[in-house]
Design a protein around this ligand. Sequence first.
Ligand SMILES: [Zn+2]
Length: 271
Amino acid sequence: MALGMSNKIKKSNYDQVEIINIPVNPYIPLISIYLYYIDGMLIDTGPSKRRKRLGPLFRSREVERVAITHYHEDHSGMASWIGQHMNVEIFAHEKTIPIARETAKVPWYQELYTGRRLPFTPKAYPNVIETSKYRFYPIETPGHTMDHTCLFEPHHGWLFTGDLYITPYPKVFLQEESMDAYIETLHKLNRFDYRTVFCAHEGVIRNGKEMMNRKREYLERTREQVVHMHRMGWKDETIMKKLFPDKVKLEQRSFGTFSRLNMIRSCIRGQ
Ligand SMILES: [Zn+2]
């Protein structure tokens, strides 16, 4: 999550993948999102707040299908617009479908930041998505959310990871994030022969598999420490102060939607 960026769209390429990078909010450019466009397929849509910039950009590409990594507004917010204005297939995890049917109920500060996610009607992911040049395999990857899906392209060793990666050393979680699911997912992904990670907030990570395993090791270590302290009778707040004594920027900026306590409690929940 780069700081102090301008509010413009940045476009670049990695191999045949077009990288579209845009700050989530035009006035508060703190967090940016990376969308990927390859061979007629758009991976994630960006937030509805950026409709004026993203709409014309999508129209100028020959988008045939859209793959949504998970339901969060910054990833799926433009799906409703795309469904109304473009003749494309929108794919999502089957667990995303009932969530996508409703207008998102989000806290006011989040709506101010990302805009609204209006209803859209995705189709459930097939086993494989074939474009003219590539085969993308959707892989269920719960952790960040329960509907989270990565897309794997085996021939090039590409993995489009939505919000699964972001950082190898997170200190804060959303309430819905699951430590156990993250660790299980990161183990599972080791079975796939990928190298390059395409992260929705950090861009292209060339040594992606190595970094994903760094994250897995860190999460396993953290869970072990938390569970140990919990079994010794420590309170959640005490564990938090011991492991993460410093305030985290994202915690303050998100009004506690992301918090250290959420992460501690997620370690204990599975016990
Ligand atoms: Zn997310």
